[in-house]
Design a protein around this ligand. Sequence first.
Ligand code: PHE
Length: 504
Amino acid sequence: MKADNLENNSGAVQANISPNEVSVLKFLFANRDAWIMEDQIRIEGLNVREIASSVSWLESKRLIDVNRNEISNFHLTEEGRRFLQEGLPEERAYHLISSRKQLTVSDLMKELGESDGRIALAQLAKLRIKPRNGVVSLDGVPLLDDEFARRRSFLNSLAAGSADLPADMINHFRKRENVIQEHRRIIRSLRINENGIRALSSSLSTGNLLGELTPEVIASGHWKSVGFQPYDLNSRVERVLGSGVHPITYLSRMVKEIFLELGFSEMPGHYIEYAAWNMDALFIPQDHPARDMQDTFYLDTKKKPEMEHPEVMDIFSRVHENGIRGYRGWGYKWSREKASQLLLRTHTTVSTIRYLYEHPEPPQAVFSVEKVFRHESVDWKHLAELHQIEGAYYGKDASLASLKWLMREFYSRLGFRDLKFIPSYYPYTEPSMDVVGTIDGKEMELGGSGVFRPEVTKPLGLKVPVIAWGLGLERLAMIYFGLNDIRDIYQSDLDWLRTYRLRD
Ligand code: PHE
């Protein structure tokens, strides 16, 4: 049917229809005397998906009438295809029995195999062929060749994709196990309605409205002569999940903000360090277990970067071997070689001590939230790569009391009141104090802290006390986000990543 036949239809309707929808409408108009099944629609340049989408839009705009019918498609299963090739087990059994007059059940099983033998017996039983005293015969049984021929031809038509299948055969095979498979689907039948005809005619008289402003349309000047589809600002769109920061980044930013608010400055650092700064500067003896290969990742490289402030090597050597002004030192032979090993920093206290060496004038208040590495076996509360909330205050009023106040203040700004402090030990602090929190009734160490020992501060020219702490960010995250397993933080559970912030 030609488009001009539509021109007579009066009364333009105000429906916005896309070029694809116009094509579908045209197709339905040309076939307007019948219900058209969706998969009968053929439009050049449109694929099945585009047609389906246009049909849905046309339906929602009420320009077509839609009927929904469920239809079933049948396919042969793998076993069905095998039966098609080898013959149905019951038919094969039937021929065997008729050629040998009778057959024992065990012979039949041997001939056909366990599985097909059992199927054959079950199917023959339904055709009134039943074994008696372990023997099957066809005595008094009417000829079944026709029945088997129908079954075979059914399987053949299925394999050939025929849609015209006898209902009794469908029923028969539906009841059998695993020969045919049914796929049900809803198919839409469509008819253009009065509204549709009016919309089509008015859209044909105004010409197709463009849905997209492309560079070509602009460059060619085409835009001047065509109409554009208006936007429907009320149409529903899919929810867009915007990008967001990872929970650890989120928490890390909060932590940084708290320290900034408290007047601290962020200090720099790097992943790779000399053992000298990571350990020796902090008066960790060279035979300390934390230096072990079991606990620390060492770097195997010939090309070492220049060490920052190499003059400290002599200082560390003296302190470790002989101590300093009234403090005895460890009294062993200090090895420059061990101090010159490169490693992945095991804590960010390395940044603190170097920063203070570079800024020996009190007061100093610094922090960082950075990654550290430990050769650790991973479990519910241990990671090998984790973030530490590091910080120090260097001032004449620094004391255990101010340290406790600071820890309480910091955690309370994150909403935690339930904290405990317990005595602890680090080679570089005296006294030392661990911060303990609870999750699910279980107590968990959140980190360590203390007042730097004179063996650490004095040799580097620090004149007044230093209080310092190193707290686990992931441990904090467990309590903050209510996780029972520290590994969940890096499990990338999409649901958690999308919703963690909606929780508080
Ligand atoms: N560096 C210690 C750790 O890795 C924590 C700590 C920092 C302890 C500062 C005392 C002082 O756990």
